[in-house]
Design a protein around this ligand. Structure first.
Ligand code: ATP
Ligand code: MG
Ligand code: MG
Length: 346
C-alpha cells in the first residue's frame, strides 16, 4: 500500500473507511498526501482527506494537528474565523486520515494562475488580509501559534471569496514557546527575525508571516527570498536598516550574526576558492522602498487605490517591525485604516 517513503499509494475510485470514494488528488506535502473524495455517509458531500505518512514522527505530528484543529473548531462553532474545518478522522491501513471540508486552490496556486509576476487585484488582497487577521485573532484567543503560514497553507473556496488557514501540523501551544529556540521554525521566506536570532517567540511570528504573504500576493514577488538564515538577516536590514541592539542582544544565536559592536556579519563565498568568509556590514543603509515596490508595474491606479496602497504600505511596515515587542498587535492591525476603510469609499 505504501511507497518506500511511507506515503499511502491511493487510487482514484478507491473507497476509504467504507464511505469516502476518492476521485482526485489535490496536493502532496512533506507529511501527507491529500485527496478529493465524496462522502457517501453525508449526501455525497465533497471532502478533502489528508492521509498522513506512515511513520512515527509524522503520525505524532498528525495527532497534534488533530488536537489543534479540534480546539480551533470547537471555539468557533459558527465558522466565522477562517480556520479549516475538520469533519472527523479515522485510521486506514496504518495511516492517520483527517477529513476536511473541501476547498479549491491554495494561494500559491491562485497566484500562479491569475497573478504571475503581477499579483492579485487590490480588492482581493484587501479582503484576504482581513480574513487572515481574523484567523490570527482566533488563534491567539485559543493560545495557538500556527508557525507555518505561507501561501501554500492558505486555501480559497470555489468562488475565491473566502479563505481558510490550513496545515496546523507545526502549530504550537503558547506554553511550548518556552522550550528553547528552534531556528528553523516556519518556512524560511516567511520566518520572523526573532526565530532566526533565537529570541523567545510569540504570536507575532504569525503576523510577520502574514505580512510577508500579503506583500507576495499583491506584488507576485517574494519579499525576502533568502537562501540561508544569514541571508534573511541581510535582507531584513536592507528594508529596515540597522538591527535594534536590544533585540540583537537578547538572541541566543547573536554570535552567529553580529560582531562585538552589533554590526551584522554576512557570509560571502569567495568566487575563486569557494570558501566562505565573514564580512562585517558596518554602514547598513535602507536600500528598498516598500511603497515603490507595492506600486510596482501597476498603472492607472485611481486616487482611492493609491491611497489604499499607501495604507497597505503602512500596515506592512508596522507588521514587519524587527523588534517583536514593538510590532503592531493583531487587534490593532484589524483596526488599521487599510483593513477598516472600504475600497469603494471616495
Ligand atoms: P507541508 O509539507 O506544508 O507540511 P502537509 O503534508 O502538512 O504539507 P497540507 O499543507 O495540510 O499538508 O496539505 C497539502 C496541500 O493539500 C495544501 O497545500 C493544499 O493545496 C491541499 N489541501 C489541503 N487541505 C485541503 C482542503 N481541505 N481542500 C483542498 N485542498 C487541500
Ligand atoms: Mg502545507
Ligand atoms: Mg504541514
Amino acid at each position: 500500500w505504501d511507497d518506500h517513503e511511507g506515503y499511502y499509494r491511493v487510487r482514484v475510485g478507491e473507497t476509504l473507511d467504507r464511505r469516502y470514494s476518492v476521485f482526485g488528488f489535490t496536493g502532496q506535502g512533506v507529511f501527507s498526501n491529500v485527496v478529493r473524495a465524496r462522502d457517501a455517509g453525508s449526501d455525497n458531500a465533497l471532502v478533502a482527506i489528508k492521509i498522513i505518512r506512515n511513520n512515527d514522527l509524522m503520525r505524532k505530528t498528525g495527532m497534534k494537528e488533530l488536537q489543534m484543529l479540534k480546539r480551533l473548531n470547537e471555539a468557533d462553532k459558527e465558522d466565522r474565523f477562517h480556520c479549516l474545518r475538520l469533519r472527523r478522522d479515522f485510521e486506514h491501513k496504518g495511516h492517520l486520515c483527517m477529513v476536511f471540508e473541501h476547498l479549491g486552490m491554495n494561494l500559491r496556486e491562485l497566484l500562479q494562475k491569475y497573478g504571475r509576476d503581477v499579483g492579485l487585484h487590490l480588492s482581493a488582497v484587501h479582503s484576504y488580509s482581513k480574513q487572515l487577521l481574523l484567523a490570527l485573532r482566533h488563534l491567539k484567543k485559543c493560545q495557538i501559534i500556527h508557525s507555518d503560514i505561507k501561501p501554500d497553507n492558505i486555501l480559497v473556496d470555489e468562488n475565491k471569496t473566502t479563505l481558510k488557514l490550513c496545515d496546523f501540523g507545526s502549530a504550537l501551544d503558547i506554553s511550548e514557546t518556552s522550550e528553547g529556540p528552534t531556528p528553523y521554525l516556519v518556512s524560511r521566506f516567511y520566518r520572523a527575525p526573532e526565530i532566526i536570532l533565537g529570541v523567545k517567540v510569540d504570536y507575532g511570528i504569525d503576523l510577520w508571516s502574514v505580512a510577508v504573504t500579503i506583500f507576495e500576493i499583491f506584488t507576485g514577488k517574494i519579499l525576502f527570498p533568502g537562501k540561508t538564515n544569514n541571508d534573511m538577516m541581510k535582507l531584513f536590514c536592507e528594508l529596515k536598516g540597522r538591527f535594534p541592539k536590544k533585540v540583537a542582544k537578547s538572541g541566543a544565536f547573536r554570535q552567529s550574526y553580529f560582531d562585538d559592536q552589533y554590526n551584522l556579519l554576512h557570509v560571502v563565498k569567495d568566487k575563486v576558492t569557494e570558501k566562505e568568509k565573514l564580512v562585517v556590514l558596518k554602514n547598513v543603509t535602507v536600500e528598498r522602498d516598500l511603497l515603490r515596490e507595492l506600486i510596482g508595474k501597476q498603472q492607472n491606479l485611481s486616487p482611492t487605490e493609491h491611497r489604499k496602497v499607501g495604507q497597505l504600505r503602512d500596515l506592512l511596515d508596522r507588521a514587519l517591525t524587527l523588534d517583536p515587542a514593538k510590532r503592531i498587535g493583531i487587534g490593532e492591525a484589524l483596526r488599521h485604516a487599510f483593513i477598516v476603510e472600504s475600497l469603494n469609499s471616495a
